[in-house]
Write a protein that binds this ligand. Structure first.
Ligand code: 0A1
Ligand code: ZN
Length: 877
């Protein structure tokens, strides 16, 4: 078994593998209790290896070795060494053929890494280091080879046998058994290997690629879910078309398979030609999934599909390069959702996610660069920093070198490195080459952790008419990185006149424009504008959120209201409202008094917005929402989270109570919008109605409660049903109990929908939170072995139930630590994620922080997994 206290791995110690694998054959004799694997491979010394004569490392984790031969013979004396990481083969010749027989135990595998059982089916998860739980192999992403896989199993129990690539053979065997042989002609690393054996229904479709090849699309689900596949299949086809049109990327195999799995640690996995998905990101019907679920499914389907090029055809040299594939693929799926779903506020939703989750990560004890330089457990680096901040770096690169050059760069990147395992430096080097720019300084974004702060100021010279913008930057220290260098920050700006129109002018004698990208590439820099067509009334900063930074621009409330009313950049309008609301909260917390002048100004601006007939419903809905507590907490060095939530809710009530009539008038009619249409307009109208209803309840408008009841009763979609439930979930009212009881009855045997019920109950601020929590954990629909169930209950409890999770006596922390301890024995990866809210102990008031820290100390003293230990040790350091 592997070491629970391992030495960290360092990027600087990377060495290319001692051996290449020329081809690989895997024979699986599949059974849930014990699966026997015969692994045959031809290995050859790597001419690029640093150390000639080095042994061959075969990683293995919990795998039983039955036999091993080298060129048909038992290894000689001293050749085979077993250690904590697996096997070492010493003294191999230049080339050799290995045959290894090994065993593993899928049914006992509750960690859900490697080969495991889920709802009676067998499936795999190999990224990042799961393959070594299946067999002994050089399980590292820079060892690429072709795979031929033979699966044999009981026919009745496992009628469907799938692996990567194309099925080349299948047949019946004696004793009720059958087999299938799969060949994947593309070189791939072991983390992209997958197999599935199970009793699954298949929904089929086809896609004709841009060169006219027909691809079979196959979606495998449990038979009772066959009617919830349409959206996933339609999304897949949209994604395939988009990748051709927007990125020139065509699919390469003849079949593309997706399998929905009930027990899955993450969202989904891009195994070559055989994606495995958490069922949550596949199954949807208007009755069971909300609009947000539909959008999430579409984006995860697209994400995994896009990996076929950004990740599979061109893969990562080592796990430090994870963002090479993840940042780029998230960027690609964000573009897809923006362009295809025409979801008007996609950028704002992405920025909200970044601010509420990645910024705190980057400011806390787990902060790490987008390309980390060391890790103790790679499972813990599937983070918002690697994924979401990584995508922001790609976006900034495109902003800096221009859309067309960037697109050309992507073509060069895919063509040059096809079939190879490369680094983020290789990616940036291509972009430097095609643009002719020196991007050395830009690369600091990859190596430096922490969110930069950007200060912005303006000055106008009355006599010359010259307008100056001064920008500065500063990145606070993060663990292990005291001193930070300036990074290259593209700040997109425009200036608005008194009527809210964009002003034209010249930047430093350049061409006349009405929008500029200012490159802040040092600690401080000034930019001079002349010949402005009018005097700027407001500067629209960081348009489209052009860089993942915290902007400090010190704009007056009137300037912000001007931007909110007129800016043609949706992000900037939303940001103006967010800035005003953040300021109001800050005043309340820091000065212990409401800034009534400011609040009146905000209310005035919101009232005007509610009367603006031109604003898109989805944007209106999004602007009206106050920043979430999680994001507000970042405004303070440390804060009492219960008070922060209460102040936020109180501000919401103060702002919206006088606007209750306008909120009601602006509400779209249920019958007009609850039509099952998955269009941007229909989703926007539904978002608006649900938001307005929730705001009315929050503002104490009693007439809203009967409307909530009516909406729930009449709803034909899950979006409107959940809209009603969300609106009253924090209200201690019998209507809440009534509706939740109905929901539970209705969906008690539908796990994915029941998760929504779990989430509502766990997040509710209504008193009795610990009794509810206990009730949920004892619920017949709850299982500790299923990550979706665990996350559905404990996630919202920690993220949104401040009152109970942060209860002053520490009860919430104590319970969570107990659950983490229990879960860690089954599923370390999920336990290491679950513990993360406790790691923010320095950001809450000292009395609470001390209790959180004590729980971490208690866990650290136990025998815990390497995943959990890594997180806890960094949190306590
Ligand atoms: N590569 C997948 C994410 C993923 C990572 C790890 C997993 O198990 C440990 C599973 C999935 C993606 O980006 O979608
Ligand atoms: Zn991914």
């Amino acid at each position: 078994m592997r070491d629970a206290n391992p030495q960290p791995v360092y990027l600087s110690e990377y060495q290319s593998p001692a051996f290449e694998v020329e081809d690989l054959e895997l024979d699986f004799d599949l059974a849930a209790a014990t699966t026997e694997v015969t692994t045959r491979m031809a290995v050859r010394r790597n001419p690029q290896a640093a150390e000639p004569g080095a042994p061959l490392r075969l990683y293995g984790d919990g795998v039983e070795l039955v036999s091993l031969t080298v060129d048909g013979a038992e290894p000689g004396e001293g050749m085979l060494e077993e250690d904590a990481d697996g096997l070492l083969l010493h003294g191999l010749p230049e080339a050799a053929r290995l045959e290894i027989v090994s065993r593993c135990h899928p049914e006992q595998n509750t960690a859900l890494e490697g080969l495991y059982a889920s709802s009676g089916n067998l499936c795999t998860q190999c990224e990042p280091e799961g393959f070594r739980r299946i067999t002994f192999f050089p399980d590292r992403p820079d060892v690429l080879t072709t795979y031929r896989v033979r699966l044999e199993a009981d026919r009745a129990q496992y009628p469907v046998l799938l692996a990567n690539g194309n099925r080349v053979e299948a047949g019946e065997l004696d004793g009720g058994r059958h087999y299938a042989v799969w060949e994947d002609p593309f070189l791939k690393p072991s983390y992209l290997f997958a197999l599935v054996a199970g009793d699954l229904a298949c929904q089929r479709d086809t896609f004709t690629t841009m060169s006219g090849r027909e691809v079979q699309l196959e979606l495998y689900v449990e038979a009772h879910n066959a009617d919830r596949c349409d959206h996933a299949l339609a999304s897949l086809k949209r994604a395939m078309r988009y990748d051709e049109e927007a990125f020139g990327r065509e699919y390469d195999l003849d079949v593309y398979m997706i399998v929905a799995v009930d027990d899955f640690n993450m969202g989904a996995m891009e195994n070559k030609g055989l994606n495995l998905f958490n069922a949550k990101y596949v199954l949807a019907s208007p009755d069971t999934a909300t609009d947000d679920d539909f959008v999430a499914i579409e984006s995860v389907i697209a994400h995994e599909y896009f990996h076929n090029w950004s990740g599979n055809r061109v893969t990562c040299r080592d796990w430090f390069q994870l963002s090479l594939k993840e940042g780029l693929t998230v960027f690609r799926d964000q573009e897809f959702t923006t362009d295809c779903t025409l979801y008007g506020v996609k950028r704002i939703d992405d920025v909200s996610l970044l601010r509420a989750h990645q910024f705190p990560e980057d400011a806390g004890p787990l902060a790490h660069p987008v390309r980390p330089d060391h890790y103790a457990e790679i499972n813990n680096f599937y983070t918002l920093t690697v994924y979401e901040k990584g995508a922001e770096l790609i976006r900034m690169l495109r902003t800096l070198i221009g859309r067309e050059t960037f697109r050309r760069g992507l073509d060069v990147y895919f063509e040059r490195f096809d079939g190879q395992a490369v680094t983020t430096d290789d990616f940036v080097a291509v972009m430097a080459e095609v643009s002719g720019r020196d991007l050395t300084a830009f690369k600091r974004w990859y190596t430096q952790a922490g969110t930069p702060h950007v200060t912005a100021a303006t000055a106008q010279d009355g006599s010359t008419g010259e307008f100056r913008i001064s920008l500065g930057q500063y990145t606070p220290p993060t663990p292990g990185q005291e001193h930070k260098e300036p990074v290259v920050i593209p700040v997109r700006v425009a200036m608005l006149d008194d009527d809210g129109r964009r002003i034209r002018g010249r930047l430093e004698g350049g061409p006349e424009q009405d929008e500029w990208v200012l490159e802040l590439d040092r600690s401080e820099r000034s930019f001079h504008f002349d010949e402005l067509s009018a005097t700027p009334r407001a500067v629209s900063w960081l348009r489209g959120f052009s860089a993942p930074v915290i902007l400090e621009a010190n704009q007056s409330a009137t300037t912000l209201a001007h931007l909110l009313a007129h800016d043609d950049d949706a992000f900037s309008r939303w940001e103006a409202a967010q800035t005003l609301m953040r300021r109001a909260i800050r005043a309340r917390i820091e000065d212990d008094a409401a800034d009534s002048v400011l609040e009146a100004e905000i209310q005035h601006a919101l009232a005007a917005l509610l009367e603006d007939p031109a604003i898109e419903p989805v944007l209106l809905a999004t602007i009206l929402q106050l920043p979430p507590p999680r994001e507000l907490a970042e405004l303070f060095d440390c804060v009492d989270p219960v008070r922060l939530r209460a102040e936020r809710d109180a501000l919401e009530a103060r702002l919206y109570a006088p606007l209750a009539d306008r909120l009601r008038e602006r509400q779209p009619k249920l019958d007009d919008i609850d039509n099952g249409a998955f269009t941007a307009d229909a989703m926007g109208q539904r978002r608006l109605r649900n938001r307005l209803l929730a705001l009315r309840v929050a503002a104490g408008d009693e007439s809203a409660v009967p409307e909530v009841l009516e909406q729930y009763r009449k709803a034909r979609s899950q979006t409107m049903r959940m809209g009603a439930l969300n609106a009253i979930n924090d209200l201690n009212h019998e209507a809440r109990a009534l509706l939740l009881a109905d929901f539970e009855r209705r969906y008690h045997d539908d796990p994915l929908v029941l998760d929504k019920y779990f989430g509502l109950q766990a997040a509710s601020q209504v008193s009795g939170g610990f009794d509810r929590l206990e009730y949920l954990l004892q619920h017949p629909g709850f299982r500790w072995s299923n990550p979706n169930r665990v996350r559905a209950v404990l996630g919202p409890f920690m993220a949104r139930n401040e009152r109970h999770f942060h209860q002053a006596d520490g009860e919430g922390y104590h319970r969570i630590a107990g659950f983490v301890e229990k879960l860690d024995r089954m599923n370390p990866q999920t336990a290491a994620r679950l513990v993360q809210p406790l790691t923010r102990w320095r950001k809450v008031d000292p009395a609470r922080g001390e209790q959180m820290r004590a729980e971490l100390e208690r866990l650290a003293a136990l025998e815990i997994s390497r995943d959990l230990r890594d997180v806890i040790e960094r949190a306590l350091a």
